[in-house]
Write a protein that binds this ligand. Structure first.
Ligand code: SF4
Length: 308
């Protein structure tokens, strides 16, 4: 379609709001007296900046929703400082509550050092993802979040779907449905997500919007997004899938959307089938986080780093 800037932006906002409505992110029992608290993972990249801006436009005047931005500093020289500046600029503009936490304060580590020590011989992102998930969940609980919202776009989601599918891990697919993909109770969908016990439910309202459209929206709205790659980004397999999807989309437009439409249905079926045998979680003996063993992954990694 050939759209002017205003109609393009309206089209993006409309699809995000439709996704929020269809997934029933805002339940009927949310009231001005008992509002929902939504914590937004704000990295300062284009996706999370666009998500924050659209959520603010949509819900700032709605007393049933309270928005809080949460940013994480991983300790990556020359990268995170700039995106944190972009995040702070945005939340200052919007006068939105904004919490900033760092790996240094939380775990006494910096990602630059983790990459050098590398006790588990893993990629930087494998460490970083574990630490980030831990902070997001803990702070979301501390802020009494009802939901944790992240800026994953259509490309991110189609890549993850394809990677999960190629791994052949149906349990993982069913857990993803309950944790971050499925619609909430009260939506019109046939299957809604189950309880993800001990975890704050996640949602991705940008997941219908292709990455290029998110970038164009940030540009047209002149949002303070920081667009640089992390120097430790090394998810080689995701990179392969990304290129594959890019090629497919070029030759067969609509591929990402059709992957997601089919994947959501499959994930819903997998969730209904696997829920009955779902695992119950113990508490990590060091930090109390839910875990299937005696020690959660984060504490295991921190112990390994300390031993270096
Ligand atoms: Fe962390 Fe990897 Fe993201 Fe860099 S690209 S911030 S190392 S998860």
């Amino acid at each position: 379609m050939h759209l002017c800037a205003d109609h393009f932006c309206l089209g993006v906002e409309k699809r995000v709001r439709r996704r929020i409505r269809e997934d029933n992110l805002l339940p009927d029992d949310a009231t001005p007296e008992n509002p929902e608290t939504w914590v937004i993972g704000l990295s300062g990249g284009k996706d999370s900046v666009v998500l924050t801006d659209i959520l603010y436009d949509t819900f700032d005047a709605d007393p049933r929703v309270e928005l809080v931005a949460l940013s994480i500093h991983e300790g990556i020289e020359g990268y995170r400082d700039k995106s944190l500046d972009a995040s702070k600029e945005l939340t200052a503009d919007l006068e939105m509550r904004h919490e900033v936490v760092s790996y240094a304060d939380e775990f006494d580590i910096r990602m630059d050092e983790v990459v050098e020590d590398d006790p588990e011989n893993m990629s930087a992102c494998a460490y970083c993802g574990v630490f980030r998930r831990d902070i997001l969940s803990r702070y979301a609980a501390e802020l009494h979040a009802d939901k944790l919202l992240t800026g994953h776009n259509l490309d991110d989601e189609a890549e993850t779907a394809l990677m999960n599918f190629l791994e052949g891990d149906i349990t993982k697919i069913s857990q993803q449905f309950d944790a971050s993909l499925g619609p909430f109770e009260g939506s019109e969908s046939r299957v809604t997500r189950g309880d993800s016990e001990g975890f704050i439910p996640r949602a991705k309202p940008l997941r219908d919007i292709p990455e290029k459209e998110v970038a164009l929206y940030a540009h047209l709205r002149d949002l303070p997004a920081h667009i640089t790659e992390c120097p430790h980004a090394d998810e080689a397999y995701r990179g392969e899938i990304q290129r594959l999807l890019y090629d497919l989309e070029e030759r067969h437009p609509g591929t990402r959307h059709s992957i997601m439409a089919g994947y959501e249905e499959l994930a819903a079926l997998a969730a209904t089938e696997h829920r009955s045998e779902s695992t119950s979680f113990d508490e990590c003996e060091q930090c109390g986080s839910p875990t299937s063993g005696s020690l959660c992954r984060k504490c295991g990694l921190l112990d390994a780093l300390e031993a270096v």
